[in-house]
Design a binder for this molecule. Structure first.
Ligand code: Q9C
Ligand code: ZN
Length: 334
């Protein structure tokens, strides 16, 4: 299977994130991608498909923020990475925001995703890796892999969060639609709910979003991913959330994924995009499921047996010594 990655994706390296009332080391480190490239025995450089496919999903003001916020932060006399501290929870007014702190709150979901001067470039090439893997599938490959790092599924049209800036699965889904696919399905099997992907396609019936994830009653992102969220308007019924309790093992995860695959089969996609996170692994440092390395091949075989062309995009997974083997197990299942 072809795999895509650009070394410029390594440049984004925030030092810390805010968690449980204090600063901790940033979990989404460049070494994650290096471990995966090593396990794959290398990756192809993506083709530059340009910014239009990004702007087909993301708000222009948000993209400008990603590009310019680090310089504004420095101009305000700050050291370190851009991070918000005040959010427009109650009064989200349509006023022109100029202060860097107002912008950082307006365009973010949490304080766990600082921006550096290199973030835009890394996120841009992460999106290009997804678009290049999509091109491989469009050219006839049964499956292709995009080593998207930074990841994407927590990023909405106009906000970053959860270590994500550009929603690579959504960008690829929209690009597939724009290239003529009638229906696109996204299966999200990262440990966390993909709130950004859900938000982007919430009111649309042409892109189906199904997610198996840790119950947001106990886990990030808390405000999304509950079973009663099914989409709205034209999108009603095109969102499916299957939350599971902490400590979940293969049998229950596989059954939930089968429920998602059945729903996707009824939808009838031209192409399936899998948001894959290895943070469901039993030893993940920030997550609480109990999947074993060999389980990923089982899950992948279940997905592959449906027969749709599949684009796999990388999301989370933070146990660096196991990351390569977990990803290799999953891809081998195809
Ligand atoms: N230090 C993805 O897996 N909070 N994002 C974790 C632990 C944020 C995870 C706190 C989790 C985001 C793509
Ligand atoms: Zn995750």
């Amino acid at each position: 299977m072809r795999g895509f990655f650009d070394p410029r994706q390594l440049a984004h390296a925030p030092k810390r994130e805010f968690h449980n009332g204090g600063w901790t080391d940033y979990a989404e480190v460049p070494a994650r991608a290096e471990a995966i490239v090593a396990a794959l025995g290398g990756a192809e450089a993506p083709t530059d498909h340009g910014e239009a496919a990004i702007l087909a999903v993301h708000d222009a003001g948000y993209v400008d923020f990603l590009k310019t916020a680090p310089a504004k932060w420095a101009a305000a006399g700050r050291d370190g990475d851009v991070v918000g501290y005040v959010w427009p929870v109650v009064a989200r007014r349509k006023i022109d925001l100029t202060r860097i702190d107002a912008l950082a709150g307006r365009y973010s979901l949490d304080a766990a995703t600082p921006l550096t001067a290199d973030t835009w470039t890394a996120a841009y090439w992460s999106a290009q890796s997804a678009l290049s893997a999509l091109a491989a599938v469009q050219a006839g490959d049964r499956a292709a892999f995009a080593l998207c790092r930074p990841p994407g599924h927590h990023a909405g049209a106009d906000y970053l969060g959860g270590y994500c800036h550009l929603n690579t699965a959504a960008i690829a889904a929209q690009a597939a639609r724009d290239a003529g696919a009638t229906r696109v399905a996204i299966l999200d099997i990262d440990y966390h709910h993909g709130n950004g992907t859900q938000d982007i396609f919430w009111a649309r019936g042409d892109v189906f979003y199904a997610s198996v994830h840790a119950d947001p009653a106990t886990d990030y992102p808390f405000y999304w991913g509950h079973a009663d969220e099914i989409g709205e308007g034209l999108g009603e019924g095109a969102t499916l959330n299957l939350p599971l309790p902490q400590e979940t093992t293969l049998a229950a995860f596989r059954a939930a994924q089968a429920t998602a695959l059945d729903a996707i089969a009824r939808f009838g996609p031209d192409v399936l995009i899998v948001s894959f996170g290895a943070d469901t692994w039993e030893g993940d440092p920030i997550s609480h499921f109990r999947l074993a390395t060999a389980d990923y091949a089982v899950l992948a075989r279940d997905i592959a047996s449906a027969g749709w062309p599949v684009l796999v995009v990388m999301e989370g997974g933070y146990a660096i010594p196991a990351l390569g083997a977990n990803l290799a197990s999953f891809l081998a299942g195809f």
